[in-house]
Write a protein that binds this ligand. Sequence first.
Ligand code: T1G
Length: 703
Amino acid sequence: MSQLVSLTRHNNVAVVTIDNPPVNALSPGVPEGIGEAIRSVAQDAAIQAVVIIGGGKTFIAGADIKELEKAAAPGGGSAGPDIHALLQQMEDCPKPVVMAMHGTALGGGLEVAMAGHFRVASPSAQMGQPEVNLGIIPGAEGTQRLPRLVGLAAAVDMCVSGKPVKAPEALSLGLIDKIIEGDLLSGAVEFAREKAGRPMVKTRERPVAAGDIAAILASGRAQANKTRRNQTAPSKVVDALEAAATLPYEEGWKKEREIMKECLASDQARALIHAFFAERAVSKVADIPPETRPYEIRKVAIIGAGTMGGGIAMACANAGIPVVLKDSEQAGLDRGIAAVRRNYESSVKRGRFSQDVMDHRMALIHPQLGYDGFDDADLIVEAVFENMALKREIFAAIDKIAKPDCVLATNTSTLDIDEIAASTSRPQMVTGLHFFSPAHVMRLVEIVRGKASSKEVLATALAIAKKLGKVGVVVGNCRGFVGNRMMIPYMREAQLLAEDGATPWQIDKALYDFGMAMGIFAVDDMGGIDVLYRVRQEAKHLEKPGRRQPLVHDKLYHMGRLGQKTGAGWYKYDENRQATPDPEVEALIENTAREAGIKRRAISDDEIVERCIYTLINEGARILQEGYAQRAADIDVIYLTGYGFPAYRGGPMWYADTIGLKKIYDRICEFRHTAGEWWEPAPLLKKLAEQGGTFAAGTAAGA
Ligand code: T1G
């Protein structure tokens, strides 16, 4: 056998073990090794049955996405790795082939399993077809075998949602035949032995339990449009499932391969595969060796029981980490804990987890007014009001209390980490942990590196982000770090567009239709107009004289229109916080523009999207050039996981590469002419555009 696949004998049962760490992907050599093992077993009279199992932490977790990435490259023109012959070979094996699944049997992993005659799984195993998350569809006959095992309706739901099912649900669906308690291998061998010589059915010869095919497919397409806005693979996967329900198997699997080939050649697939690897690359920081030992985090102390502090406390409790949550006032503490309780109660009500789980998590959060217990915390997170003097005072205080190897983190969203660190005797122990609200939900954490932040502290920040189930991205300590630094010009450009002639609602719809989770005016209303107002006031001294500034935002602030929290901001809100365009705001914008001598004009949605998204790209290029982000892909990950940028466009920098940097640079030069000095093209963008380069390759080569 190849070193990736081994064959052992347990008396009359053969065991084929796949060893391709870390996830037993179907990399080159694995399908071949399985095929060789099956051939050998089929000819071995001493063998009555076969078990196929994954070594290490999981069964096969899918095709090798690195291979898919190659196949998806422009001009690739393939449907990705083809294991049709292996699937047929396993299914035609004269001896029962039992698939023993643990961990995550996903994509090609489940497709291999479904070509077995039987499937068993450990209780915690999960299995599914998540291919739509990569902009593709199952390409190894999963859309043809799954409905033959679980029925058309369940197959449509699994393939469109991309969500895995746990072993108990898989058993009730008919996807597996037995859950093996205890040792999976011995249980599977025993199960296989029992099946030896008994009747067995080839999955491809099973009928599809379809029911009302048209209704099921229509509901699948509706689900795809509703939950996967603007994405093509989710509706394409329904087409492949339709083939399973309406065509003979021999035609159905070929139809699936055609559709897979189409999807794999799409910009969306390339973008989503990029996003998959980009999210996993962020934890690799050039000058932090992988062997850097992080400090162990057994206890966290949080200062500030507001929205952020409470959310961070929940994130820690959700990960099983005990937390002391301090506030300076009892009322603040009570409000904070009440908010935590409300959040957990709504999760219990929605069936996300049990009351016991909620009680356990609440018990992990200890509210208090003083610093008692801070002296044995491994991580202290300051999450108070955005005021430098207050933060410096707090860091000076905890500097006297915290143990020497306690990591001191600030959740500040814009203030200078180095200035905060300077108020301690241990700046090397200080870092930024910029969580995003709601902190117990949003996956992004910007790990803001101070000049003195040690490698161990940064390694600890990366480790704690992963432990909290978040994506930690190391960023530099410039104003607004990366995400917010790009948001400021993005928001400014949207406001200038509103004064130039587009309405806030037109702008928001154009950005929503582009794929942003929310329009920027709706975001401003949600976060609070006063928040952005204060940020802008703090940075007033940095404003370049003579540069055009938006005029309406300040007026809304002074009118007390602060957004959702006051029932009106850019939009007006009903008691359920439903937004409606406000003619009063439209009139205010028109009057303001007229008083400023701004000649308003009709503005197309295309221009809106270009001026907003290219602003992000231009600022991202400056951040890259100045070294505040390690790679373009890190900026993509920040925008995908923290700012609602559509993953099927890969992130702002990937999207720029897809559009072409020359085209973007030329368009920005036009805007420089028509929309003013804000449109100075970033030098890196200019350089790459002139070289015909890309951000992805350019920054990799350290342009
Ligand atoms: N191919 C290649 N590398 C993979 C991989 C895969 N399928 N899955 C994970 N990795 C790498 C990952 O890049 C990282 O590498 C390391 O493994 C640990 O990953 C034919 C066409 C399995 C739930 O979509 O969902 O099959 O950064 O950090 O948190 O029809 O990985 O260490 O160098 O995510 O424990 C379908 C994708 C593919 C599963 C484990 N399968 N993977 O999570 O580890 S398409 C998937 C995951 C397909 C068929 C079609 C998760 C995981 P590095 P990790 P984890």
